[in-house]
Design a protein around this ligand. Structure first.
Ligand SMILES: Nc1ncnc2c1ncn2[C@@H]1O[C@H](COP(=O)(O)OP(=O)(O)O)[C@@H](O)[C@H]1O
Ligand SMILES: [Mg+2]
Length: 454
């Protein structure tokens, strides 16, 4: 009797130990590669737990080592990278960190393509394009695609950034479209390839800008896409030190990525320590890539009756990640007060763009423009019946003034965001994502209308 209880307890204990990670009850192991396991989460439908392993590999798994602590560092790196991507509005599978070595992601069927973006020519590109010197700069970044031959086997590696002969072939756009991959009911055709290609370049640019704030050059990187049960294309898998080449100060000799490991002919304990130290350095740097913004848009309205109009500007600013303040002041009726407000911001540490909202004759924008060095954008709330008359006070300003004029609340917010994008890479990224989303919605609308039965 006592024996049966003991055995049952052991079975229960071992079951609990086997099926729970970081307080998440695991379902089936969906897939296991060299560096991670992907587990179903029965309690969180449509989601998976991705668990990193303490394993480093290169050359399609030919070179492989256990590296204690790698899973934690990789999981930290991936979490910070995807938090940046999510924060600027990119659609990704990453949901949140689950524990030291794991994160929660939307469950995807994966598109068996590796999407590579390069800013500088190096590595395998030089072998495939003899004559091109190392460091050749691609403007816009070069985008390449490789078919993941061994996606379901345990011998696949992120070959594309490495220098040795690889097993996964480069594929053209025509090859991808012709393969007609079906992922979660979505057939990958030209539209989907266009969307993934654009998104790939944008992911690179967003991270390139972020790394530039730490004086690090992102040289190239690879990402993967998955499709969730709703048929949505998401940036999936992981992005960590295995995914890119990263050269501090743009100096190849200072490289901090997995290339250090790939380049080793023999691997000593000291070598592995160096690789781990580099990976940790990268994870630590990522904490500083999104500093608190000091960007600010100040919407000055000539009259409280303009409040609703100004709130529309504030709403668009918020969407673009530009903090926004509303103020009431009339340059005609309270000139001193207007100048005091300008001085208040001149004396602050914020970087300010003024947006002047004044109906009828706009004195506000021109007065601000003549008395401050901050950019001033006029956004007169013109009425259709007198637009041609009222807009002239914003346009035909005296010499010496450099204010600009727009007539839609969204345009004012976009113009302010574009000014801030010069110094704030998060706002720059949000603007770019907005442009990408415009591109995607037009594609989706075109696809729907094309397929419509008339
Ligand atoms: N959100 C996700 N949903 C389903 N599968 C995923 C997700 N993210 C990554 N995967 C897949 O998990 C597998 C395991 O990852 P990894 O160890 O890197 O394998 P590989 O060696 O094939 O690259 C890969 O096939 C990867 O595409
Ligand atoms: Mg992988």
């Amino acid at each position: 009797m006592a024996g049966t209880v003991l055995i049952n307890t052991i079975i229960c204990l071992s079951l609990v130990m086997c099926v729970s990670v970081d307080n998440y009850k695991l379902g089936q192991l969906i897939i296991e590669g060299k560096t991670k396991q992907v587990w179903d989460l029965p309690a969180v439908p449509g989601h998976v737990l991705v668990l990193s392993k303490d394993r480093i590999t290169a050359g399609d798994g030919v070179k492989a080592h256990d590296l204690e602590g790698k899973a934690v560092i990789s999981n930290q790196t991936n979490a910070k990278v995807f938090e940046i991507l999510n924060s600027v509005g990119l659609k990704t599978a990453y949901v949140k960190s689950a524990g030291e070595k794991s994160f929660i992601a939307r469950k995807c069927e994966m598109v068996p393509i590796e999407w590579v973006t390069r800013r500088l020519a190096t590595g395998s590109f030089l072998k495939r394009h003899p004559g091109v010197p190392e460091g050749f700069k691609f403007n816009p970044p070069l985008q390449e695609t490789f078919y993941k031959v061994n996606i379901h086997l345990d011998i696949k590696d992120d070959f594309v950034l490495q220098d040795d002969a690889n097993h996964d072939p480069q594929w053209s756009e025509e090859q991808i479209v012709s393969a007609q991959f079906k992922v979660n009911e979505l057939t990958i055709g030209q539209d989907e390839v266009d969307i993934m290609r654009r998104t790939t370049v944008l992911v690179f640019e967003v991270l390139e800008k972020a790394w530039a704030t730490r004086d690090c050059a992102l040289i190239d990187m690879k990402i993967e896409f998955g499709v969730d049960s709703k048929g949505e294309i998401l940036v999936a898998d992981v992005i960590d030190s295995d995914s890119w080449r990263l050269w501090p100060s743009g100096d190849k000799r200072l490289m901090k990525d997995k290339q250090v490991y790939r380049n080793l002919s023999t691997v000593t304990k000291e070598d592995l320590d160096t690789v781990k130290r580099n990976f940790k350095w990268v994870a630590d740097q990522l904490d500083h890539l999104t500093p608190r913004t000091n960007s600010l848009a100040v919407v000055l309205m000539g009259s409280p009756s303009d409040e609703d109009y100004c709130k529309k500007i504030a709403k668009h600013c918020k969407e673009l990640g530009v903090p926004c303040q509303l103020r009431v002041t009339s340059a005609h009726k309270g000139t001193e007060e207007t100048l005091k407000i300008a001085a208040e911001y001149e004396g602050s540490t914020e970087k300010v763009v003024f947006i002047a909202v004044a109906g009828r004759s706009n004195g506000l924008g021109p007065v601000l423009s003549g008395n401050t060095c901050f950019p001033v954008i006029n956004c007169p709330p013109v009425k259709p019946e007198n637009v041609t008359q009222d807009v002239w006070s914003s346009l035909n300003v005296p010499s010496g003034l450099g204010c600009t004029t727009v007539v839609y609340p969204e345009s004012a917010a976009l113009a302010a965001a574009q000014v801030h994008a010069l110094h704030d890479h998060i706002i720059w990224s949000r603007l770019r994502v907005k442009q990408l989303n415009n591109f995607i919605s037009l594609k989706v609308a075109d696809k729907m209308i094309r397929n419509m039965q008339l």
